[in-house]
Design a protein around this ligand. Structure first.
Ligand SMILES: CC(C)(COP(=O)(O)OP(=O)(O)OC[C@H]1O[C@@H](n2cnc3c(N)ncnc32)[C@H](O)[C@@H]1OP(=O)(O)O)[C@@H](O)C(=O)NCCC(=O)NCCS
Length: 157
């Protein structure tokens, strides 16, 4: 799939404020600036897509700034364990294939850079992403393994 006009795919991460905005505006839980800084510094790989408003016909050159509108990242040891996180596309840019392009770029990077051997690639799917993940080869890990998350009301670490 190719990007629609005015969109550009980049390896890397949006800035911390852009990341925080992209997550929250996509409907994911908001994070703190310190958490956002760790994402940008410590993830294994990420990519994002910017949108640049088209230049009006009567204007000589574009003054529009490219804005990040989609992203995804991988938390990993770079050897065999790869966890995909922060798949997010701003609502007004959804259903244009951007999520698919981001996911495919993440998977291609794993294929190219993982250590020799079988990679284990997983994610926790929220309902809006399930079809996209299934289309790209993901299946439910249950009943073999099910995701578990620490309930901090029960154990406050
Ligand atoms: C989940 C999410 C990342 C998907 O991003 P997206 O860019 O909308 O995904 P895509 O456009 O690649 O695919 C979504 C649908 O749009 C369709 N689509 C793709 N290009 C299209 C186009 N040009 N016109 C119309 N539909 C299109 C796809 O076929 C797909 O349809 P389907 O779900 O019926 O199979 C996005 O919806 C999102 O950020 N949701 C909120 C945050 C969230 O829940 N993230 C997941 C956490 S696990």
């Amino acid at each position: 799939m190719t990007l629609p006009p005015n969109y550009t795919l980049h390896d890397g991460y949006p800035s911390v404020p852009e990341y925080l905005h992209l997550r929250a505006a996509s409907g994911l839980t908001p994070k703190t600036p310190a958490q956002g800084a760790a994402v940008v510094q410590n993830s294994w790989f990420g990519c994002y897509i910017t949108y640049t408003s088209p230049t009006p016909e009567n204007s000589e050159r574009s003054t529009a700034t490219p804005t990040p509108v989609a992203m995804g990242r991988i938390i990993s040891d770079g050897g065999w364990y790869f966890h995909i996180a922060d798949m997010a596309v701003l609502p007004e840019h959804q259903r244009k294939g951007l999520g698919d392009i981001v996911l495919k770029r993440l998977l291609a990077y794993i294929k190219e850079h993982a250590a020799e051997g079988e990679p284990y690639i997983n994610l926790l799917a929220d309902p809006p992403g399930r079809k996209l993940y299934f289309k790209n080869g993901f299946v439910d890990s249950a009943p073999v393994s099910t995701g578990m998350v620490l309930d901090r009301r029960r154990v406050d670490i």
